[in-house]
Design a protein around this ligand. Structure first.
Ligand code: SDX
Length: 429
């Protein structure tokens, strides 16, 4: 029997139910609060507010734990692949051979964009940010599938999900090629997901890109580590849009826009730009750390801090180790990696960061790997979006499958002018 919460307001006592999750997280259920008391709750940035009960991802921010459907991220990073993990997130279990084969076949069958989509790419200036192209082209692509429109139907979900995961990679690669004035490279049947992305990004009509196993594995790991992360800003956005019964592609396009912000997925691009600034200034990072601690500087130590993790982000630890492995294998000596490690070492000994429990997050080292793979910095957040697609789809599916799902519609406390009346313009002084 869960305990009850007792609330005393204006001399009256109210009893509110509570709920306890499988990992012993606790919540006060306030669904009846306004009816009982006339009060709502207010929680800036939703830092203390749960929007849903979910079975997909568990994070313990204090201990630095991350699990997809109960499986620790460390085990998946070591033993799984991005596509196998995508299946786990979306359908709840690791796939059998037959299930994985069918999922891979659906990805292959749905990897091409409608040929008329090429005209849309022509419409973008070469300088268009790939995240703007990605969000626009996800919606544009959905127009070629009438079955996608309207209330998402469960029968077609499997195909729509595979099409989105597959096409987001094709759209990303095409937008990169367009931005460089390069001919479009079509996906190759028989190539696995991540290898095909690298092929579409870097092959030439006259010569295929050399797929080094350690390069493919490093990018596949980046995708896997970004695949889901509970109710982060972009996933909460996807759920918000899904709650209105908008179609899957519309929800994903909204997620891309939320992810773009530098406080969220855009941080990986901001981290590299920060490291490059430090490198070019000849600073050892100490000036930048000082600025990051100064509220008035407008600077933050990008890639540091997290709303939930008050410990080292387990993904950052895995990516940092992968950086060392990949750069050693490719014989790359990136000064930005040395600067990043020095910044981390300095910050983790600084009272400002220690007292606020600010640690490296997933974005702090991920850009180093992407640089080593010759992915341009403006594509970093697109890589994050490709990785996060399965998590967004899994959260969309939770709403689709919930017969009691309601439209998300938060309340507010109004602080504007009280009642007043229209004044004709000649009387407005
Ligand atoms: C992602 O939610 C997710 O799960 C996101 C994500 C995912 O997988 O989906 O993990 C991906 O978005 C990772 C975060 C990427 N963003 C950055 O690296 C940008 C830099 N970090 C911050 O802006 C910040 O830490 C946030 C946005 C990540 C979290 O912000 P919060 O929880 O709102 O924290 P806050 O802004 O209230 O900061 C608390 C204190 C403040 O100081 P005080 O007012 O207490 O004196 O910590 C300070 C902040 O000024 N602070 C920082 C800082 N982050 C927080 N100071 C300097 N540098 C930083 N990076």
């Amino acid at each position: 029997m869960n305990s009850e919460a007792i609330l005393e307001l204006e001399g009256k006592r109210y009893s509110l139910p509570t709920v306890v999750g499988t990992e012993n997280e606790k919540a006060v259920v306030i669904s009846s609060l306004r009816d009982q008391t006339g009060y709502i709750t207010l929680d800036d940035g939703y830092a203390n507010t749960g929007s849903c009960q979910s079975r997909i991802t568990f994070i313990d921010g204090e201990k630095g734990i991350l699990r997809y459907r109960g499986i620790p991220i460390e085990e998946l990073a070591e033993k799984s692949t991005f596509i196998e993990t995508a299946y786990l997130l979306i359908y709840g279990e690791l796939p059998t051979h037959a299930q994985l084969r069918r999922f891979s076949d659906l990805l292959t069958e749905n990897q091409h964009l409608h040929e008329d989509m090429k005209h849309h790419f022509e419409g973008f200036p070469a300088t268009a940010h790939p995240m703007a192209i990605l969000s626009a082209m996800i919606n544009a692509s959905s127009c070629f599938y009438p079955g996608l429109m309207g209330r998402a139907n469960k029968e077609r979900f499997e195909v729509h999900a595979a099409r989105l995961i597959s096409q987001v990679r094709t759209i990303a690669a095409f937008s990169y090629r367009k931005s460089r004035g390069l001919p479009i490279i079509y996906p190759k049947p028989g190539y696995k997901y991540t290898a095909n992305f690298l092929h579409m990004m870097f092959s030439e009509p006259y010569q295929d890109y050399e797929l080094k196993p350690e390069v493919v594995k490093a990018l596949d790991l980046i995708f896997l580590l970004h695949a889901d992360h509970e109710q982060n800003c972009s996933t909460a956005t996807v759920r918000m849009v899904a709650s209105s019964q908008a179609n899957l592609f519309a929800c994903a396009a909204a997620g891309v826009c939320a992810l773009w912000g530098p406080l969220h997925g855009g941080a990986n691009q901001a981290v590299i730009e920060m490291l490059q600034d430090i490198h070019e200034s000849g600073d050892d990072g100490s000036r930048f750390i000082a600025a990051a601690k100064d509220k008035n500087s407008g600077h933050r130590l990008m890639g540091f801090g997290h709303r939930v993790y008050k410990n080292y982000d387990p993904r950052a630890r895995i990516i940092k180790a992968a950086c060392d492995r990949l750069l050693n294998t490719l014989h790359i000596n990136d000064p930005l990696l040395d600067i990043a490690k020095k910044l981390e070492e300095t910050a983790l000994q600084d009272e400002y960061f220690i007292s606020r429990k600010l640690y490296p997050n997933v974005d702090f080292y991920s850009g180093i790997i992407m640089r080593a793979l010759n992915i341009p910095v403006e594509m970093f957040t697109v890589i994050f979006a490709i990785g996060r697609m399965p998590g967004w789809i899994a959260n969309f599916k939770e709403i689709l499958d919930d017969p009691k799902s309601r439209i998300y519609r938060p309340r507010q406390i109004y602080q504007g002018p009280t009642l007043r009346h229209y004044v004709p313009i000649d009387q407005r002084g």
